[in-house]
Design a protein. Structure first.
Length: 334
């Protein structure tokens, strides 16, 4: 059971200031700025969802599209059949959590690259299953247009942008709050102990399997929630896009660049990714993946703790001696 520690975490103070400030910022932000920031909130919420499993649990999961996509697909199907948005979102979260239990049961017993491949195969299997589903007016191989069936269809462009700016800000704040809570909870400390040395953690009486399953389901539920918002935001749900690995790649890039297993690392990673998207991604979209891949490689080689680690260490983190020391850890031996 997750329970917070007694001391109020100081890392929560900037969050308590930023969220109201960003909400009030809608009074001065233009439509373009709202759209860019809403996209940033979307990526940040998903990045924090993956950070729970990839950072705090140390598991390189590629199942994120399965949870995100299932949340989006469930939203599309239920909206098509006239369900209220609140019930639809709840169902999307529950479905993602259930799928996490099904996938996590066998895959969390694996380690290393076996776990990575297993989660990738599970995601692809679910995508192909959905592509062949035809029920309740839904055909998996055809994009589902739900925009005109949602309450948002009656809104003007400005009101629509403002609504989703606030909804996605709320999703990002929720994700940050969950990570903050886990980071400062007894279960969070136990989870990091399992990540750093599972055998030693078991010797201390920590139920490693329960810890990993719990965080896996929590991460999936958050991803399913974001997937539901994404479906309403775009108004069109396409199976291949919802279950696509491109989004998972962007999310993993954000977490690695910003700093895995940290609260504010994904914030820095998101800011950098949005900057790349709004510059290189607009003029040279084919170079987006190349630039992101090069950045991740450089960060992994020279600063494994990401931007958050550099900020924490200060100027000495950029000293050539420290950068070379990080690089030497990857020296190949015969």
């Amino acid at each position: 059971m997750i329970s917070p520690t007694s001391a109020f975490p100081r890392s929560a103070i900037p969050l308590l200031i930023l969220v109201p400030a960003l909400a009030l910022g809608t009074m001065v932000l233009g439509t373009y700025a709202q759209r860019v920031l809403a996209t940033a909130f979307f990526y940040l919420a998903l990045a924090q969802a993956w950070n729970l499993i990839g950072g705090y649990a140390g598991l390189m999961s590629l199942a994120m599209p399965a949870f995100f996509g299932s949340g989006a697909i469930v939203t599309g199907i239920l909206t098509l059949n006239g369900f209220h948005p609140v019930l639809t979102v709840v169902a999307a979260v529950a479905c993602a959590a259930l799928i996490a239990v099904v996938i996590g049961g066998p895959t969390l017993r694996l380690a290393g690259h076996y776990f990575v491949v297993a989660t990738l195969l599970a995601t692809e299997a679910l995508r192909n299953l959905v592509l062949n589903v035809e029920m309740f007016g839904f055909s998996g191989s055809t994009a589902l247009n739900i925009f005109n069936l949602t309450p948002f269809s009656v809104m003007g462009p400005d009101q629509f942008n403002l609504t989703f700016y606030l909804l996605l800000l709320g999703a990002a704040a929720l994700a940050m709050g969950i990570v903050l809570f886990v980071e400062n909870s007894k279960a969070g400390y136990a989870l990091r102990a399992v990540r750093d040395n599972e055998r030693a953690a078991r010797a201390l009486g920590i139920d490693a399997a329960r810890q990993k399953m719990g965080i896996f389901v929590l991460s999936a539920a958050l991803a399913g929630f974001v997937g539901a918002l994404w479906a309403y935001w775009l108004g069109i749900v396409d199976t291949n896009e919802a279950f696509g690995l491109r989004l998972a790649f962007d999310v993993i890039v954000i977490v690695f660049i910003g700093g895995r297993g940290t609260l504010w690392g994904p914030v820095a990673g998101t800011a950098l990714l949005i900057l790349i998207n709004e510059t290189i991604g607009v003029e040279l979209p084919e170079l987006h993946l190349v630039v992101s891949g090069v950045l991740v490689s450089l960060v992994v080689l020279f600063s494994p703790d990401g931007i958050a680690g550099l900020i924490k260490r200060g100027p000495r983190g950029l000293h050539p001696r420290e950068l070379l020391a990080n690089l030497r850890r990857y020296r190949m031996t015969s």
